[in-house]
Ligand binder design. Sequence first.
Ligand SMILES: *[C@@H]1O[C@H](CO)[C@@H](O)[C@H](O)[C@H]1NC(C)=O
Ligand SMILES: *[C@@H]1O[C@H](CO)[C@@H](O)[C@H](O)[C@H]1NC(C)=O
Ligand SMILES: *[C@@H]1O[C@H](CO)[C@@H](O)[C@H](O)[C@H]1NC(C)=O
Ligand SMILES: *[C@@H]1O[C@H](CO)[C@@H](O)[C@H](O)[C@H]1NC(C)=O
Ligand SMILES: *[C@@H]1O[C@H](CO)[C@@H](O)[C@H](O)[C@H]1NC(C)=O
Ligand SMILES: *[C@@H]1O[C@H](CO)[C@@H](O)[C@H](O)[C@H]1NC(C)=O
Ligand SMILES: *[C@@H]1O[C@H](CO)[C@@H](O)[C@H](O)[C@H]1NC(C)=O
Ligand SMILES: *[C@@H]1O[C@H](CO)[C@@H](O)[C@H](O)[C@H]1NC(C)=O
Ligand SMILES: *[C@@H]1O[C@H](CO)[C@@H](O)[C@H](O)[C@H]1NC(C)=O
Ligand SMILES: *[C@@H]1O[C@H](CO)[C@@H](O)[C@H](O)[C@H]1NC(C)=O
Length: 410
Amino acid sequence: MEKHIFLLILLFLVQFPISIASSNETDQQALLAFQNLITSPNQFLANNWTKNASFCSWFGVTCSTRRLRVVALALPNLQLQGTISLSLANLSFLRELNLENNLCNGGIPYGLGQLPHLRVIDFQNNQLQGSIPISLFQHQRVRIISLAFNELSGEMWKGPWYVPELKVLDLANNSLTGIIPPYVGNATKLMNFDLSGSRINGTIPMEIGNLSQLASLSLVDNQLTGFIPGSLFNISSLLGVTLGLNHLSGPLLLDEGNIESNLKILSISFNQISGRIPSNICQLTQLKILSISFNSITGDIPKNIGCLAKLEMFLISENAISGTIPASLGNISTLQHFDSGDNRLEGQVPQELGKLSNLRVLNFHKNFNLIGQIPKAIFNTEKGQNYPQTIRNRANIPSASFLAQKYPCR
Ligand SMILES: *[C@@H]1O[C@H](CO)[C@@H](O)[C@H](O)[C@H]1NC(C)=O
Ligand SMILES: *[C@@H]1O[C@H](CO)[C@@H](O)[C@H](O)[C@H]1NC(C)=O
Ligand SMILES: *[C@@H]1O[C@H](CO)[C@@H](O)[C@H](O)[C@H]1NC(C)=O
Ligand SMILES: *[C@@H]1O[C@H](CO)[C@@H](O)[C@H](O)[C@H]1NC(C)=O
Ligand SMILES: *[C@@H]1O[C@H](CO)[C@@H](O)[C@H](O)[C@H]1NC(C)=O
Ligand SMILES: *[C@@H]1O[C@H](CO)[C@@H](O)[C@H](O)[C@H]1NC(C)=O
Ligand SMILES: *[C@@H]1O[C@H](CO)[C@@H](O)[C@H](O)[C@H]1NC(C)=O
Ligand SMILES: *[C@@H]1O[C@H](CO)[C@@H](O)[C@H](O)[C@H]1NC(C)=O
Ligand SMILES: *[C@@H]1O[C@H](CO)[C@@H](O)[C@H](O)[C@H]1NC(C)=O
Ligand SMILES: *[C@@H]1O[C@H](CO)[C@@H](O)[C@H](O)[C@H]1NC(C)=O
């Protein structure tokens, strides 16, 4: 047995001299091979990266002090064009690679995901194509993967993820297909996960609730189906959840019991969410934006909605919400936008709304059974003049919207 272990270790050592033999000469060659495929305005890079100066002093290059090996290559915002050379995978001590905001095209070299020390790979806002190397989802050290605003396609890796240090995964605005695999739950240090603007389908896996450090989740504009996992709302670090423009269905459910939420933004508009606004939404005490517009939500607005004491935007238009407008809304002094257009609200507009001194947009458009007077107090502030005095949706005036309302939050 011991003999076998010894042999294994020996074998292991035999494999290594290759990388030990690599040197700062390799780094120079790798940088020059990279530069060879890139053009920059006025040949800026070619002129700067000349052999009569050490590559450690080249623009954008940072070397380790002791070994003089490249540890960072940062060339953002330089209008660089061309493809990213596979040679960068020879920079075996590279920790940070930033080519953000350039015009690079072609694919992402697979070998970059195999650089053992890589912590940051930022190719945001280029014209990169092809698929994301699986190697990036199986990396012990990587912390930031930012590939947003490219033309990446193909299926997002649905096999095992081994990214124990990953904090930021930003893949927004590409054309990725496939699903969010349950393995995402293994990326336990993930703080910022943005997959918006792609073609991801399937459901949002339950395991997303395992991401106990998640601060921001954006899955806007995909083809997601199924329920919104309630476990999501029990992540106390979570500040923003935006899931708009998908095909999500089922009710919006928050787990019962003690959840400690710091959520400020919850946007699920443009889906097929049904059921009621849950009355335990009061647990989201820090909520500033609640956008549930363009869904199939029914039932009343919870009478205790005034519990959301920090709410600034309450956007519920284009649903089938009925009942009266709760007087407790008038207690949310921070409220700026209340858009309830195209629902089935009825009865009197509560005079308490007159207390909302920060209100800027109030929309009751197409609630045909809403009656009574707009609270006079609303006009006592300097917000504007030409507000209609009476909501007469029962008569033939179809709309009493105060301001054309866009839907800022999806
Ligand atoms: C390259 O750029 C660096 C950093 O701006 C500058 O210090 C250096 O002088 C430049 N070298 C050449 C050859 O232009
Ligand atoms: C590098 O060397 C070339 C030729 O030897 C010379 O023309 C050029 O000025 C040198 N550049 C720097 C920054 O020293
Ligand atoms: C490579 O390292 C050696 C020894 O540390 C040093 O003398 C040499 O200048 C370095 N080469 C470059 C291109 O930095
Ligand atoms: C990487 O370095 C090795 C050894 O120096 C070299 O043979 C190989 O061509 C390099 N690969 C690339 C893609 O530059
Ligand atoms: C999570 O990673 C561990 C190893 O770190 C692995 O054993 C397990 O299968 C992974 N689970 C998922 C769901 O990816
Ligand atoms: C992002 O993608 C969406 C489509 O999903 C598109 O409408 C939008 O213009 C894109 N944004 C940018 C800045 O490219
Ligand atoms: C997701 O889309 C692919 C095509 O891109 C399709 O083959 C697959 O069945 C879809 N999966 C789900 C769960 O809708
Ligand atoms: C991850 O989530 C699943 C489903 O919610 C759960 O069964 C599992 O115990 C969780 N794993 C960890 C390590 O928390
Ligand atoms: C919320 O998470 C805590 C641990 O962080 C757990 O003890 C509690 O049971 C969870 N609550 C619900 C409703 O899942
Ligand atoms: C508004 O807040 C006051 C003071 O907290 C409270 O007494 C009152 O019942 C609330 N009104 C409604 C309608 O919830």
